[in-house]
Design a protein around this ligand. Structure first.
Ligand code: PLP
Length: 410
């Protein structure tokens, strides 16, 4: 347990039920509108119902004490904190000049695609995948090329043959058209299926992309949210050649629950890519706000004791969810999960189509989950549940689903 917050009655700070209603929370205050139900229990968007680590709050308060909130530039000390973090966590030695700060990762993805594509180009994604990937591609006039993940022996895997094929000329028209695939938008660890890609998997995917003269955007926002002994490997650590072909997006926002502060960082080791990126995004790219920068630095420098407790707690929640569902809602299968706090539920055994499943969860069970089909191909029949909440709240959500299933069957 974190030194700052001694446990009471065996409980931890993560058991504390914090009322977020009325705080402007998208997850809570937005839920009745999004789900169309007043008494919905929100277990959807990826933020946590836990208070953040004390050193982060203190850093924000400290920054707020300075009474001027003008345009902010990244300090050397913030850059050093990022460099140190990547070294300590992933043994990744990056240089300060490789860092490009941005507000959110989604914003960064839009900017990267804008900078390196022309309308009509293709961007490869591996669905089911974090759905804002699709709009980042579409809003830039590019087409989404889907290389769907496959389920092998009960676990998700990348389809390397499919990835290769995504770069092949298209013979479907009158004449062969060269492939317009320019980049792979990789989700690592993968939201929503919870895979933490192994080194060999990443190397194979990267090899295919490089052989085809394309590059990788590696969204590693979940890279510190790992279960058990799983290790996150940043794509760019696979070697110099891969690093030259990779733009990595990283942030403290998922790990430390800071999404509202809009602070992220790209790592672009290749100076050519970095210069082009800076040139083409001038005027679009924005720095995080002063509080976002202060929070990022504090999280990276002082957040580890809290993070350790968080990961223990999430592991407990995962175990609780698995046992509950196996014993009491057998029509749902919990897909194996290695990282993130977003659990992918296989609801195909419930015998409903997507419309029925959505109505069932919202209207009968009154839980606000993310529908699987919004994550693209392969998502149909699945639901995504966010387990980053006090265990009693997780239990309430599961009890609601169990009761709705019983009512349905009775
Ligand atoms: C893979 C992935 N990328 C990006 C984001 C959002 O990042 P940001 O809030 O920094 O835009 C999320 C949020 O869930 C995510 O899962």
């Amino acid at each position: 347990m974190n030194d700052d917050q001694p446990p009471e009655n065996g409980e931890t700070m993560f058991d504390k039920l914090i009322d977020r209603k009325g705080s402007g929370s998208a997850k809570w205050d937005g839920a009745p509108v999004i789900f169309g139900e007043a008494d919905i229990l929100p277990m959807w968007v990826a933020d946590m119902d836990f208070e953040v680590a004390k050193p982060i709050t203190e850093a924000i308060i400290e920054r707020a004490k300075h009474p001027i909130y003008g345009y902010e530039t990244e300090s050397d000390s913030l850059k050093q904190a990022v460099v140190d973090r990547l070294q300590a966590k992933f043994n990744w030695r990056v240089e300060k000049q490789w860092l490009v700060f941005s507000t959110g990762v989604v914003h960064a993805l839009h900017m990267i695609i804008m900078a390196f594509t022309k309308p009509g180009d293709g961007v490869i994604v591996q669905p089911p995948v974090y759905y804002p990937f699709f709009s980042a591609i579409g809003h830039n006039g590019c087409s989404v090329i889907e290389n769907q993940l496959v389920i092998r022996n009960g676990a998700y895997a990348m389809d390397f043959e499919g990835l290769n094929n995504a770069f092949r000329p298209d013979f479907s028209g009158l004449r062969p058209e060269p492939s317009r695939a320019r980049m792979l938008l990789l989700c690592s660890p993968h939201n929503p299926v919870g895979r933490v890609w192994r080194k060999e998997e990443l190397a194979e995917a990267a090899g295919i992309v490089i052989d085809n003269n394309a590059f990788i955007i590696s969204d590693e926002i979940h890279g510190e949210l790992l279960f058990g002994s799983h290790q996150h490997i940043p794509t760019a650590t696979l070697g110099e050649e891969v690093a030259r072909h990779t733009i990595t997006c990283f942030a403290p926002s998922k790990t430390f629950n800071l999404a509202g502060l809009n602070a992220s960082v790209m790592i672009i080791p290749n100076p050519k890519l970095r210069n082009v990126f800076r040139e083409r995004t001038a005027g679009f790219l924005a720095n995080p706000c002063p509080f976002g920068m202060a929070a990022m630095e504090a999280a990276f420098r002082h957040g580890d004791p809290w993070l350790k407790d968080l990961l223990d707690y999430l592991q407990g929640n995962l175990q609780f969810l698995k046992e509950f569902i196996a014993a009491r809602i057998p029509a749902i299968q919990v897909m194996p999960i290695e990282g993130t706090y977003l659990v992918w539920l296989d609801c195909r055994g419930m015998g409903m189509d997507d419309r029925q499943l959505r109505a069932f969860m919202r209207k009968k069970a009154k839980v606000g989950l993310d529908d699987g089909f919004i994550f693209g191909s392969g998502g149909s029949g699945f639901q995504r549940i966010n387990i980053a909440c006090p265990r009693s709240r997780l239990e309430e959500g599961l009890l609601r689903i169990e009761a709705a299933v019983a009512e349905d069957q009775g």
